[in-house]
Design a protein around this ligand. Structure first.
Ligand code: NAP
Length: 248
């Protein structure tokens, strides 16, 4: 799957799944914009990826800030000439049972995980429409499809991302843009490292493959959706979950 000459902007890509996605797209030849709230780590990741022989740039970006999102997209377009692939990966959790969930934690998760995707799409879609080409890949979650104890805010945000994906796919398909989501199950990253061991064991019992996924498992699905091989696929949710949830 070749992406030579394409430019990809990946949010929250200093580490974890976003970094694995950036590496996979770079290995296929794409030039990469690493954007993350953690600029120091973003700079380091961009340097590592540059060693793969592609152009990179790193920028500080809080996806929840619409003005910052617009500014980063403008800078990236100026520096790289175009944006062909947008991967909305930045996301956080603030887990607790609904009964104890504070309004601040509801708002924070929705602002980053859902409004963040809105902000980035608002900034990038007009460029893609002019180009008559674009690939948008939104990182949702299995939790947005099935819910999960202690994750009302997170589940609602990811279900929202799925709804946004399907609507944007319908609206932009005539302009050569595809919009898809990936719904990872439980993937080994800093996000899941926080989960207590006993909860992890309970989750593992529900996974037919009996192991957590790796960031590269999600990255491979993302590479496929970004590539020419997925040209006729839009509005879909691709599950990468070891068999934990099987949709029709
Ligand atoms: P991660 O290891 O925590 O990495 C996420 C990155 O995004 C971090 O560098 C984080 O910076 C950054 N970030 C946080 N808030 C941001 C903001 N407002 N704007 C820009 N960047 C921000 O998480 P991950 O596990 O790789 O998850 C990546 C995506 O996959 C998320 O959308 C997550 O919901 C989704 N996902 C993950 C799993 C899983 O099992 N890991 C499963 C399903 C879906 P800081 O560390 O400084 O906050």
């Amino acid at each position: 799957m070749q992406l030579k000459g394409k430019v990809a902007l990946v949010t929250g890509s200093a580490q974890g799944i976003g970094k694995a996605i950036a590496v996979a797209l770079a290995k296929a030849g794409a030039n990469i914009i690493i954007s993350d709230i953690n600029l120091e780590l973003a700079n380091k990741t961009a340097e590592e990826i540059k060693a793969l022989g592609v152009k990179t740039m790193s920028v500080k970006l809080n996806v929840a800030d619409a003005t910052e999102a617009e500014e980063v997209v403008k800078q990236a377009k100026e520096a790289m000439g175009q944006i062909d692939i947008l991967v909305n990966n930045a996301g956080i959790t603030r887990d607790t049972l609904f009964i104890r969930m504070k309004k601040e934690d509801w708002d924070l998760v929705l602002n980053i995980n859902l409004n963040g995707v809105f902000n980035m799409c608002k900034a990038v879609v007009p460029l893609m429409m002019k180009q008559r080409f674009g690939r948008i890949i939104n990182i949702a979650s299995i939790v947005g499809e099935m819910g999960n104890f202690g994750q009302a805010n997170y589940a609602a945000s990811k279900a929202g991302v799925i709804g946004l994906t399907k609507t944007l796919a319908r609206e932009t398909a005539p302009r050569g843009i595809t919009v898809n989501a990936i719904a990872p199950g439980f993937i080994q990253t800093a996000m899941t490292d926080k989960i207590p061991e006993e909860v992890k064991q309970k989750m593992m019992a529900q996974i037919p493959m009996a192991k957590l996924g790796q960031p590269e498992d999600v990255a491979n699905a993302c590479l496929f959706l970004a590539s020419e091989a997925a040209a006729y696929i839009t509005g879909q949710v691709i599950n990468v979950n070891g068999g934990m949830l099987m949709n029709t």
